[in-house]
Ligand binder design. Structure first.
Ligand code: CP
Ligand code: NVA
Length: 301
């Protein structure tokens, strides 16, 4: 049984296959007549819409499920939810607060579990990010991918994905919001290198990609004012972009807090690829779902 809780749940060759499947011109209807359960404990614009449409494009039926309907670990255990859902749906995908909940769902071993964002990881986003870098620059040609801001779920999955493909990365974060040793071990264990600094200019110097995400993630709203202080000086603005390569692109998973982690000028600049990235969420979701349903079929044989 294969799951997708973090991008390195894929082997490098499988990651390359998922990216190829993402751009297949005639996707096979591998989910014909089958359901995909989509559970969201937090809000979502891109992830819900891109997943629902990707399921439809593969011939399946997406079922959006509100967390209070299921009552995971209050009405019944996460494990029982998965074992029940396995009778109706081919795949269960969930956006959760606690990554551990996804691990328990996967350990129930009843159906493939896909992470739609947790406190630790956002691998579906990283797939779209890699697809966007491939289209905008080329994965074989890209030099440094610089990330400025919170070393959060989006950073972690992106950094691991880049490392898997041998892409050099850098990360600039203030004290208290830097990658942990555990994070860095995981990134490095995929074979790549990562430059860690607290100086955004050092991280961005010569970069081909400049990436940022919000300073306050969903669930951290109570820390907002402290975070605004901590991240002061980490805004991606025109003067920071000038340190990057002349042909660099700007990326952001969205939603953006304009005026905080990025200025309007940068996100609206010709260098910005944020809407291509957002639209690629659907294509890469189709790629991932095609791959994982192929793995389910192997188990059925
Ligand atoms: N980037 C992303 O996951 O967006 P949503 O939170 O809107 O799904
Ligand atoms: N880091 C953000 C990403 C949103 C897509 C969060 O977790 O809220």
């Amino acid at each position: 049984m294969r799951h997708f809780l973090e991008i390195d749940d894929l082997e490098v060759e499988e990651l390359q296959l998922v990216l190829q499947l993402s751009v297949a011109t005639k996707p096979q209807r591998v989910l014909d007549g089958q359901g995909v359960a989509l559970i969201f404990e937090k809000p979502s614009g891109r992830t819900r819409n891109s997943m629902e449409m990707a399921v439809v494009q593969l011939g399946g039926h997406p079922m959006y499920i509100k967390p209070d309907e299921l009552g995971i670990d209050s009405r019944e255990t996460a494990e029982d939810v998965v074992r029940v859902m396995a009778g109706y749906h081919r795949i269960l995908a969930a956006r959760v607060f606690d990554h551990g909940r996804l691990e328990r769902m996967a350990a129930a071993d009843a159906m493939p579990i896909v992470n739609l964002l947790s406190d630790l990881a956002h691998p579906m986003q990283a797939l779209a990010d890699l697809l966007t870098i491939e289209q905008a620059i080329g994965l074989a040609k890209v030099g440094k991918v610089a990330y400025v801001g919170d070393a959060n779920n989006v950073w972690r999955s992106l950094a691991i994905g880049c490392s898997m493909l041998g892409i050099e990365t850098s990360v600039a974060s203030p004290a208290g919001h830097k990658p942990t040793e555990l994070d860095l071990d995981r990134v490095l264990s995929s074979g790549g290198s990562v430059q860690v600094t607290d100086d955004p200019r050092e991280a961005v110097e010569g970069a081909d990609v400049v990436y940022t995400d919000v300073w306050t993630s969903m669930g951290q709203e109570g820390e907002k004012s402290e975070r605004l202080d901590a991240f002061s000086g980490f805004t991606v603005d025109t003067s920071l972009m000038e340190v990057a390569s002349a042909s660099s692109i700007f990326m952001h998973c969205l939603p953006a807090h304009r005026g905080e982690e990025v200025t309007d000028e940068v996100i609206e600049s010709p260098q910005s690829r944020v809407f291509l990235q957002a639209h690629n969420r659907m294509h890469s979701a189709r790629g991932l779902l095609s791959w994982i349903s192929g793995e389910v079929s192997k188990n059925d044989q």
